[in-house]
Design a protein around this ligand. Structure first.
Ligand code: URA
Ligand code: SF4
Length: 207
């Protein structure tokens, strides 16, 4: 496997992976980021949430989903009746990709090359956590987990399989940031309700 391969310890626990990730030079994103952002949550969680990449807040705080998108996820988990502390949260790409505009850092979507480079980390996380279900939040996460491009609108809510050796049941849904960008309040509520539905579907897989 390309990219991160040589920095990823094999058969490691989540703790060892977390300790190793900041040294990764598997692609160029480490250069401008503050730090690598690994995961948050219990390593024996039944549900693994995979996002796109850390945002501005995550990059500074060193933990995933602590910004506005994380709030949406927390609210949706609550509405779906999924205990938030039973969820393991991580990202497809572990370093923040952004564009500098003056003092501001503007989120820039990671490219396919970054997703591919970073994938060995995610594969080892899946092997370490062995979740019963994975929820891919958005197209970038879906690509990382399923190993191929999918259209969210076509596959969302259906149960697929992760492309790593575990073949873990995977539910694809919209990225929480896309919900925050919906201007119309009625549409935004509908988008949020769909996220809640998809999380419920995922929770059903765990029985
Ligand atoms: N925060 C994250 O950690 N990941 C995302 O995908 C979005 C916000
Ligand atoms: Fe390594 Fe992933 Fe960071 Fe690139 S984004 S340097 S592959 S941890």
């Amino acid at each position: 496997r390309p990219g991160a391969e040589e920095w990823v310890p094999r058969g490691a626990t989540v703790e060892r992976l977390r300790a190793a990730v900041d040294e990764c030079r598997g692609c160029e994103l480490w250069r401008d980021a503050t730090q690598a952002v690994f995961s948050r949550g219990e390593p024996d969680a039944r549900i693994m949430l995979v996002g796109e990449q850390p945002g501005d807040r995550e990059d500074r705080e060193g933990a995933p989903f602590v910004g506005p998108a994380g709030r949406v996820v927390d609210d949706a988990l609550g509405a779906a009746g999924v205990p938030a502390d039973g969820v393991y949260r991580t990202n497809a790409v572990k370093h923040f990709r952004f564009e500098r505009r003056g003092k501001r850092r503007i989120h820039e979507k990671p490219g396919v090359a970054h997703v591919v480079a970073c994938r060995p980390w995610l594969e080892e996380e899946i092997a370490a956590v062995r979740p019963e279900v994975i929820v891919a939040l958005g197209a970038t996460a879906a690509r990382a987990v399923l190993g191929r491009p999918v259209t969210i609108g076509e596959v969302r809510g259906t149960v697929m399989e992760s492309s790593d050796p575990s073949g873990t049941p995977t539910v694809v849904t919209a990225h929480p940031s896309s919900i925050l960008r919906v201007r119309d309040e009625t549409d935004r509520r509908a988008a949020f309700a769909q996220l809640v539905d998809d999380l419920r579907r995922a929770a059903e897989v765990t029985g």
